[in-house]
Design a protein around this ligand. Structure first.
Ligand code: BAL
Ligand code: ZN
Length: 874
């Protein structure tokens, strides 16, 4: 397969100004007519008129004409990837008729079927499975879409923009026409047709325009639309207030689809959502689902400006829209919920999931320099690290400066396809700052490590921090130059108070770290302070400072920065769990440092933290995060060590957990408000500890499972029981799973939950997973089901996936090979856990590598899988 390089980017030879599409949707095949108004790109030098080379795969070409003159097949050339047409005018109309088979399209790219409906997914390169086209984001055209179909089967027929015609044809078919007044790249095209119910709402924009909001779903789900519509209206208002961005069409539609590779897609005026990211009601959705929906609905809506009105020049610029939009949705969620808790969740996710990506074989910069398959670059680096890079700019220029920069960016580039460089330039020019060094965040991969040492000169009341940065080598980048790191620090005195750091009395200063080594001096520091470093996770870096365990306990109860207060607890717990891992590996009896018990006890009894924050503080670092902090990963030892800590805390602090549980077990009517979500999460974390302690805890969980008035409590209880060890708990878990299935078997999202709670269950072995794959509930062609069963097993079920004989890895490789043919995007994503083989103990590493080598031998490997496997073996 061919590698595509950013350095080779060139403008296209032709532009397309207008694209008129007609779809005849049929049960066996669909015919597509594309009428393209094509114009020579005069920005480029041409000695003669080049051929028009269009992208297209997996379809049958029926006919082509240029300016209404049919073109004989001897005059054009056709390969499996391109159609090349001769050109003899600078402007012309190309009409292309193709036939496609959405019914057979299991890749879920292009036009495909989900249950009984037609739907599309065109980003990044799915449009080329619909018709021959210049399938690249810098070609922006105005689109119209005509859909002709049987109105009995497909009473709802949607596309981008406004409905401008609707007529019944003589042959019993119906024809509708949609027109999108905004020019767009083809990746934002969408079509939906099906028997769908609609829930209506409206939003009045800041300038007084009425926008019709419509959420389409299967009729059985109309009672699950309220939260998404509420979230949408909040997002529309927030974007007006915070960014001055008003919605631009008179209609905004969302469609829920069961078969979807991603979470959702921001097609202009017609967002398509994975049903699991949009549908919710209290009986079936957990608090986590409610919050995810709020964030994703907002994310897709925000793309209308950051992505659609201003789009990407090429796919190397993906983070231009994704990093920026993730930053926007994170700020929205922070405003709607608890800001420090949102920050903790995002930073924790980045450190646990993106740091390993950045240190692994597929590590790449936020703006990659090359790819084989662009679908492989919808990564945590492009999205989440990209958002951190935007956040750092926000931190450097401040809130108002950032708004000036975004205003300039949107006004300067409205209607254009641009680059991350254009974004940085707008921020720079609007604020008169120099971001020259800062740009390295876009081009260098890897996670910088910041080593901090300090010195206190009591005689001169002077405190110095010496900051050294380095970034480990990553594929293709052996040597790095220093990053510009906004490094927020505070100094804490012996009583736990923040010390003033400058004449204005500021207690947090953002240090501009730009060199490999720098020393910062603080004057008038009256006593030896304890530093609080990278406050609010001010940069996506690892910070090394030799805190003692006692100092970490002090920070846990005194740091004024919410993120660092939480992180002190994480550091303490990681340190202790790593010590236990060593004890376990040496065959010693495990002994827990009592200080962790003391720290947890004071959290449960003496702290003034709000409930959301307290819940975060009570959660131990995940096994994945501990693994990320280990030089060599021994997954089973980590599991045993962490489990030992949980059990010990559960027994020693039983009384405190019970008191906290009772205080928060208020049995209110369900509401997904931030306050109630926090209360439930605190109650349920206490319940998980209580269940570890004794049989009474197990009874309490069983009782909660049966009596809960909402899915958050019910599912927490189920998940706790599913992972509890006693005979009684196993019995309750069996009963709960059976009744859960009985009750919810017709609800797709519930079945995904049912599969995932089992897949991650400590007592679900590989054989049970294989049985579940044969269950009616499972469907290899549905990505949500694949993620829920196989994905959760490989990523979360450490005990059974990493079993000594390597059968877990072989199983995963088998599934990747099946999906390689059905849905390559899913196949390559599923591979992730074994691509990190170098991080594991020698035995496991070798077993994982063996499976990668086996996959590599497969004859018809998709570009998606080939790219990931070949990079992992390099
Ligand atoms: N653009 C793909 C889905 C998303 O990031 O919104
Ligand atoms: Zn996005």
């Amino acid at each position: 397969p061919r590698t595509i390089y950013l350095k080779d980017y060139q403008e296209p030879d032709y532009w397309i100004d207008q694209t008129d599409l007609t779809f005849r949707l049929g049960e066996d095949y669909t015919d597509v007519t594309a009428v393209l108004q094509v114009r020579l790109n005069k920005n480029k030098q041409h000695e003669h008129l080049p051929n028009l080379v269009l992208d297209g795969t997996d379809m049958q070409l029926l006919s082509v004409s240029i300016d209404n003159q049919p073109l004989d097949s001897s005059l054009y050339s056709l390969t499996t990837e391109n159609l090349s047409l001769p050109v003899n005018a600078e402007q012309f109309t190309a009409t292309i008729n193709t036939r496609i088979k959405p019914q057979e399209n299991t890749s879920l790219e292009g036009l495909y079927r989900s249950n009984d409906m037609f739907c599309t997914q065109c980003e990044a390169e799915g449009f080329r499975k619909i018709t021959y086209y210049l399938d690249r984001p810098d070609v922006m055209a105005k689109f119209s879409t005509t859909i002709i179909a049987d109105p009995k089967k497909y009473p709802v027929m949607l596309s981008n923009g406004n409905l401008i015609a609707d007529e019944n044809l003589d042959d019993g078919l119906r024809k509708v026409k949609w027109e999108d007044p905004f020019k767009k790249p083809c990746y934002l095209f969408a079509l939906v047709a099906g028997d769908l119910a609609c829930v209506d709402d409206e939003f009045i924009t800041h300038s007084g325009r009425k926008v019709a909001l419509k959420l389409f779903t299967e009729a059985t789900n109309v009672d699950k639309c309220e939260h998404a519509l509420l979230s949408l209206k909040r997002a529309m208002k927030w974007d007006e207030e915070v960014y001055g961005r008003e919605y631009d069409l008179d209609i905004f539609m969302i469609v829920a689809v069961d078969h979807f590779n991603m979470g959702a897609m921001e097609n202009k005026g017609l967002n398509i959502f994975n049903s699991s990211c949009v549908l919710a009601k209290p009986e079936t959705a957990t608090d986590g689902t409610y919050q995810r929906i709020e964030a994703i609905v907002a994310h897709e809506y925000f793309h209308n400006w950051s992505g659609n009105r201003v789009t990407c020049r090429d796919w190397f610029q993906l983070s231009l829209k994704e990093g920026f939009t993730v930053f926007r949705d994170a700020e929205f969620s922070a405003d709607m919920n608890s800001r420090p808790v949102k920050r903790i969740e995002d930073a924790n996710f980045l450190r646990t999931m993106q740091f390993p990506e950045d240190a692994g074989p597929t590590s790449h910069p936020v703006r990659p320099a090359s790819y084989i398959e662009i679908s492989n670059f919808y990564t945590l680096t492009v999205y989440e690290k990209g958002a951190e890079v935007v956040r750092m700019i926000h931190n450097i220029v401040g809130k108002e400066g950032f708004r000036k920069g975004s205003d300039l960016y949107f006004s300067r580039h409205d209607g254009q396809a641009v680059t991350t460089e254009d974004f940085v330039k707008a921020m720079e020019e609007a604020n008169d700052v120099d971001l020259a060094l800062f740009r390295r965040w876009y081009t260098q991969s890897g996670t910088p490590v910041v080593h901090v040492s300090d010195n206190y000169d009591a005689a001169n009341k002077r405190y110095t921090l010496t900051v050294k940065q380095n970034c480990p080598p990553t594929p293709g980048q052996a040597e790095k130059v220093p990053f510009h790191i906004p490094f927020a620090v505070g100094l804490i005195d012996a009583l736990g108070n923040d010390m003033p750091l400058d004449e204005q009395g500021n207690t947090t200063l953002v240090l501009d770290v730009k060199e490999a080594e720098q020393t910062f001096t603080f004057n008038n520091i009256s006593e030896q302070p304890l530093p609080s470093l990278a406050r609010d996770f001010s940069a996506p870096v690892k910070v090394e400072y030799p805190y003692t365990r006692d100092q970490l306990m002090f920070l846990m109860s005194h740091d004024n920065d919410g993120f660092n207060r939480w992180d002190a607890g994480q550091k303490l717990a990681v340190d202790i769990i790593k010590e236990l891992v060593e004890q376990q590996r040496a065959g010693m009896t495990l002994a827990l440092d009592e200080r962790l018990v003391t720290a947890y006890k004071s959290l449960l009894t003496g702290s003034s933290l709000d409930k959301a924050m307290l819940t975060k503080m009570l959660a131990l670092p995940s096994e994945d995060y501990v693994a990320e902090e280990c030089d060599v990963i021994y997954p089973l030892s980590i599991h045993v060590a962490r489990d030992f800590v949980r059990r010990t805390l559960a027994v020693k602090l039983h009384k405190q957990f019970k008191t906290c549980f009772d205080a928060n077990n208020t049995q209110k009517a369900y509401q997904p408000t931030a306050e109630d979500i926090a209360e439930r999460s605190l109650k349920n974390i206490c319940l998980s500890y209580l269940t570890l302690a004794d049989e009474q805890g197990i009874e309490l969980s069983w009782q909660q499972y049966q009596q809960a008035n909402n899915m958050t409590d019910r599912f927490s209880a189920l998940s706790i029981l599913e992972n509890a060890v006693s005979v009684k708990a196993r019995d309750y878990a069996e009963q709960a799973l059976a009744s859960f299935y009985q009750q919810w078997q017709r609800d797709a999202q519930m079945i995904e939950q049912w599969l995932s709670v089992q897949a991650g269950g400590e007592y679900t072995d590989l054989e049970k997973i294989q049985q579940l794959m044969q269950h009616n509930a499972f469907d290899m062609k549905n990505p949500n089901k694949v993620r829920a069963l196989i994905g959760v097993f490989a990523n979360r079920n450490k005990v059974h996936f990493h079993r000594d004989d390597g059968a877990g890895y072989a199983f995963l490789a088998d599934q990747v090979l099946v999906l390689n043919r059905l849905n390559p995007q899913m196949a390559s994503r599923l591979l992730t856990p074994i691509t990190r083989w170098r991080r594991y103990d020698e035995m496991r590493g070798a077993l994982m590598k063996e499976q990668l080598q086996r996959i590599m031998k497969e004859k018809d490997l998709s570009k998606d899988v080939y790219e990931i496997v070949s990079k992992s073996l390099k």
